[in-house]
Write a protein that binds this ligand. Sequence first.
Ligand code: F0G
Length: 363
Amino acid sequence: MSFRPLNDRGVLARWKEFLPVTDKTPFISLNEGSTPLIHSPKLSTLLGRGCEVYIKYEGLNPTGSFKDRGMTVALSKAVEDGARAVICASTGNTSAAAAAYAARANITCAVLLPAGKIAFGKLAQAFIYGAKVVAIEGNFDDALRLVREIGETEPIAIVNSINPHRLQGQKTASFEIIEDLGDAPDFHLLPVGNAGNISAYWLGYTEFHQLKRATKLPKMVGFQAAGSAPIFHGHVVEKPETIASAIRIGNPASWEFANAALRDSGGAIDIVTDEEILRAQAWLASEEGIFVEPASAAGIAGIFKSVDPARQSERRMPLVPEGSRVVCTVTGHGLKDPDVAKEQCGAVIPARADKAEILRLLA
Ligand code: F0G
């Protein structure tokens, strides 16, 4: 039996002809990408009229979020350019990915996190991957401001999505969806925080459309948390608040890109409340077996909002025509934020159940 080296996997190996890499670029990879596109029978039934809903489960990337797609490119280019250290601000997932890929590349990584506002799993990741963790008095926007300042004077590579290599890597999720469906979907729904991901998806869709690998372009529909919705409101939110800590952002860096994607695709930005987010998170786990972190459920909450008769007047998402194919990206794994999950389902382990109790539970 011949041994097949496994370094032909990962975003860079699979999509290198569409990425800013050359023969000289070292591939810093953890075999990220190629995540499953899972059909959701129940969400399809919910939308009705012959529509089909698919879930792109990005929580199955190596560090548990879509950030790995961009980080493999950003770290590979940083190493190629001779960087000794990388830095990012983060609500938790970017820092986990940066720390893991920096560990792999043997370079120093500093992560600036809003104090007290990072989900426990993500914090654990930053530490165990060996990043230098700095807590910032303030929110993500304050941390990113500091990162930009440091990047101006120090020879340190910024690996937030203001680094264009990040969006290049993240666009590959669109390529995979087009390959899996045989064409682009009609709608693409996803959560929006710093607005890099919606911009990256649009980049990928338009690129494959131009190359005639897809016959159409989807309408991009982004969902912000109601308490952190600067794009929806059209102005910076000074004190963003939401239980979905990953998207607790008041001044998104890729605001302009996102606006262009929304406009050019004929899509929309909408909001969902924390309550709707948590309900969608619990529903997705208990009804479809897919456990995602709260922010990741924003798009799912958006589907529920779109079919709620009581919400029609305030709905921004365009009507989904009969027979549409809808993709919803769920961006991060549920294990990232065990505290919120535990609290919301009131997990109490019944003590010392006997056989009769077990049979009663199963009845
Ligand atoms: N979902 C999750 C789980 C995220 O971690 C993020 C962003 C988003 C959605 C929104 O994506 O920012 O591209 O619009 N997390 C960043 C971070 C801000 O630092 O991990 P976006």
